[in-house]
Design a protein around this ligand. Structure first.
Ligand code: AP5
Length: 239
């Protein structure tokens, strides 16, 4: 574990449809590698809750299950990636969401992030979590999360020990506003039309790795850690 946390791993990008397990797996990576999770969905929801200008602009779009305009997301992501805790690496969960965002990210990393990062140039590890379409609705409708610590539960597959209470801090669990069935269908459509091509973008560059997200959480985590370790071994050989 000490070795796992002492070296940076650079950017990790998690791709996958709504409910694929990006947030769940991001938390496992945070714990093992001590790099921050940057969830554009969480950042946007935080802005909505605080009533910022960004939140006001994003609120209705998110409630419909559509993507927030790129320009709004770019500013938010750039500000976050400039923070010092991203130097050793970071996990992007929910970004990039379309090929334009993927191109923007490549340019940002090249012209800003790699210039300053302690560890020099380390190309992103791009991992897509594939889940059978039929499971997604159950995963999303069953999701509950803790508004205080962010821990994610599922009433079907990962229930809390006491119903509707967080195991960690006892807070009442909440359901996301966009986890209603009619909105989920819109989100799944947005994923099919706009986000699936992001995987093709990275596949063309030879940077896409896919893991089987139908398995239990710990087995998906095991696959992801293997991908990260292989990537580090190759990067270490080069460097
Ligand atoms: P966002 O918050 O990113 O939502 P999403 O992509 O739809 O993904 P989810 O959070 O629903 O799923 P997840 O893959 O994280 O799954 P989780 O781990 O929770 O985006 C929300 C909205 O914000 C968008 O619709 C858009 O409007 C806007 N937005 C965000 N980013 C944007 C961007 N870049 N550009 C423009 N707009 C943007 O798991 C789901 C459930 O399954 C949980 O209950 C969990 O316990 C369970 N589970 C997880 N893994 C397993 C497993 N292996 N087995 C069984 N159950 C499991």
């Amino acid at each position: 574990m000490a070795e796992a946390t002492s070296r940076g791993i650079g950017p990790v990008i998690l791709l996958g449809s709504p409910g694929a397990g990006k947030g769940t797996q991001a938390k496992q990576i945070v714990e093992r590698y001590r790099i921050p999770q940057i969830s554009t969905g969480d950042l946007l929801r935080d802005n909505v809750q605080r009533g910022t200008l960004l939140g006001v602009l994003a609120r209705d779009v998110m409630a419909r299950g559509e993507l927030v305009p790129d320009d709004l997301v770019y500013d938010m992501v750039a500000q976050r990636l400039r923070q010092a805790d991203c130097e050793r690496g970071f996990i992007l969960d929910g970004f990039p969401r379309n090929p334009a965002q993927a191109g923007w990210l490549d340019a940002f990393l090249e012209h800003e992030f790699f210039e300053n990062a302690q560890r020099g140039k380390c190309l992103p590890i791009v991992i897509r979590i594939d889940v059978d379409y039929n499971w997604l609705l159950r995963r999303v409708t069953g999701r509950r999360s803790c508004p205080v610590c962010g821990r994610i539960y599922n009433v079907y597959s990962q229930p809390p020990r006491i119903a509707d209470r967080c195991d960690v801090d006892g807070s009442p669990l909440v359901t996301r506003n966009d986890d209603r069935e009619e909105v989920i269908r819109e989100r799944l459509t947005a994923y099919e039309l706009q986000t699936k091509p992001v995987a093709e973008y990275y596949a063309r560059k030879g940077r896409l790795v896919t893991v089987n997200g139908d398995l239990p959480v710990n087995q998906v985590t095991g696959q992801i850690f293997n991908v990260i370790e292989s990537h580090r071994a190759v990067a270490g050989d080069r460097g």
